[in-house]
Design a protein around this ligand. Structure first.
Ligand code: CU
Length: 353
């Protein structure tokens, strides 16, 4: 059953009055030319929109729809996810520092809950949350200027906030610096999240959310991109040996901190916490709940490289395991693989001291 809320007072009248008394723009070289209007390309994980090539800020329209739907959590296990754009994490949004972002948020007619969005890339009250209180069947809009470059989490902030996040309502928005990011061969979108179900790990069927486990911070599942195996098998990330890779990694939480690591790789650069400065030669990077990191490395040699939360019981018992499959020529000067497996002679009793 839909939960109905009183409608927010319409502000169309106030906008119309403001427009009537607005000072008409005068032709002058001091007035900035009209900016290009662009509709943002949104992508589902693990894909990332192409790097921006424009050298000037633009007026960017983001159109995002919130959808509640049953999806796979693990083999035989489903869950009623609440999503931005129909996926967990939600659609990837890519803008540039200085852009004016006109953000339209739709809540599907068949939603059971009201939702909103708090984008950590926003400077303004609630990160947009109050401006986007959106009833089922409604669309809300607000506009913000992307002042700070970086990689930012966005999430639903409707009470109970923890429950909306725990049901999958988070994603990443990248604000590119004015000069853009250094070019790489491949970019991927990976977000960790912890989930709390009434049933134990792997218990089949449609599993309800467990508020008790969420409050106790005892997740049933800890996964990348919304489900166990989301980045395995046919859905593994792929690259060729020699390619440079950038992963936009987020942590939706709601509770856990991620010790993000790729087994058999060293991050050449980590833009710690999704900010502007990078650390070099990093094995494992800590990604807070509601935070992010950009990790970059060259895939020097072929192999299956395993993405994990190095709080390692989560990886092998709760699902936080993904695969980056790198194909190409072996390079024994970097990595030989096993060179021998022999039984070594046991020491004779006389040799023992
Ligand atoms: Cu919500």
């Amino acid at each position: 059953m839909k939960r109905l809320h009183p409608h927010v007072l319409p502000c169309a009248l106030a906008s119309a009055l403001a427009a009537m008394f607005a000072i008409p723009a005068l032709a002058s070289d001091r007035i900035a030319p009209a900016r290009e209007t662009i509709h943002a390309v949104l992508t589902a994980p693990p894909m990332v929109p192409a790097p921006l090539t424009r050298k000037t800020p633009a007026h960017v329209v983001v159109d995002l729809e919130m959808i509640e739907k049953d999806m796979r959590m693990a083999d035989g296990v489903t869950y009623n996810f609440w999503t931005f754009g129909g996926t967990v994490p939600g659609s990837f949004i890519r803008v540039r520092k200085g852009d004016t972002v006109e953000f339209k948020l739709k809540n599907r007619h068949d939603s059971h809950m009201s939702h909103n969005i708090d984008l950590h890339a926003v400077t303004g009250q609630g990160g947009g949350a109050e401006a986007t209180f959106t009833l089922p069947g409604h669309e809300t809009q607000f506009t913000f200027k992307a002042l700070n470059p970086g990689l930012y989490i966005y999430h639903c902030a409707m009470a109970p906030v923890g429950m909306h996040i725990a049901n999958g309502m988070y994603g990443l928005i990248l604000v590119e610096p004015e000069e853009g990011l250094p070019p790489v061969d491949k970019e991927f979108y990976v977000v960790q999240g912890d989930f709390y179900t009434e049933g134990a790990y792997g218990e089949p069927g449609l599993q309800p959310f467990s508020l008790e486990k969420a409050i106790d911070e005892h997740p049933t599942y800890v996964v990348f991109n919304g489900s166990v195996d989301a980045l395995q098998g046919d859905n593994a990330l792929t690259a060729k040996a020699g390619e440079t890779i950038r992963m936009f990694v987020g942590n939706g939480g709601p509770n856990l901190v991620s010790s993000f690591h790729v087994i058999g790789e060293i991050f050449d650069k980590v833009y710690t916490e999704g900010g502007s400065k990078y650390q070099e030669n990093v094995q494992t990077t800590l990604i807070p709940a509601g935070g992010s990191a950009m990790v970059e490395f060259k895939a020097d040699v072929p192999g299956n490289f395993v993405l994990v939360d190095h709080s390692i019981f989560r990886t092998f018992h709760k699902g936080s395991l993904g695969i980056l499959k790198v194909e190409g020529e072996k390079n024994p000067s970097i990595y030989t693989g096993q060179q021998h497996d022999i039984e070594y002679p046991e020491a004779k009793p006389a040799d023992k001291k």
